[in-house]
Design a protein around this ligand. Structure first.
Ligand code: T46
Length: 136
């Protein structure tokens, strides 16, 4: 059985008359030191992304513009998170399956990650993922 560890965090934000500035740097808040940042945007209407899990990677996702839904699951639980604010991050621990859908046309999803890109860290087949979970 996996450990289901997906939770929302508040992005520290500095706001004044000139606008708002969100800061993500605190490893205690993120759960890791940032090794990589990437962002997903221009997602065509109706497209789905994700459809995989990571063996070791931790991430925080922030819809810095627009919105999307992230369904997180393991072999026991499943929970959908609607992200629509640059002030909220979704923290995902390793070992969770994620499906991303319902991207708004203007969605820009920032992802902070604990490691560099490594394809061998991905589990892209769901039954292989369940096997991997049961052998953990
Ligand atoms: C995740 C969700 C939230 C790279 O070459 N370098 C990178 O750093 C990344 C993230 C991806 N890629 C390549 C791998 C694939 O050929 O870009 C292509 C698309 O990646 P992927 O299919 O994994 O994209 P998403 O949007 O389904 O998932 C992404 C992250 O890859 C993944 O870690 O958890 O966002």
């Amino acid at each position: 059985m996996g450990t289901f560890d997906a939770s929302l965090i508040t992005v520290p934000t500095i706001e004044n008359d000139a606008g708002a500035l969100g800061v993500l740097e605190d490893s205690a808040l993120l759960g890791f030191e940032i090794a990589r940042a990437y962002f997903i945007y221009d997602v065509p209407g109706g497209s789905e992304r994700g459809g995989h899990a990571h063996k070791e990677l931790s991430q925080v996702l922030v819809a810095v513009r627009g919105s999307l839904t992230v369904r997180v699951s393991d072999d026991v639980q499943s929970k959908a998170f609607f992200l629509n604010s640059p002030r909220v991050g979704l923290r995902l621990s390793p070992g969770l399956w994620r499906d991303m859908y319902d991207f708004s046309a203007d969605c820009v999803c920032l992802v902070l990650a604990s490691e560099k890109y490594r394809e061998s860290d991905y589990l892209r087949d769901h039954s292989a993922y369940l096997d991997w979970l049961s052998n953990k």
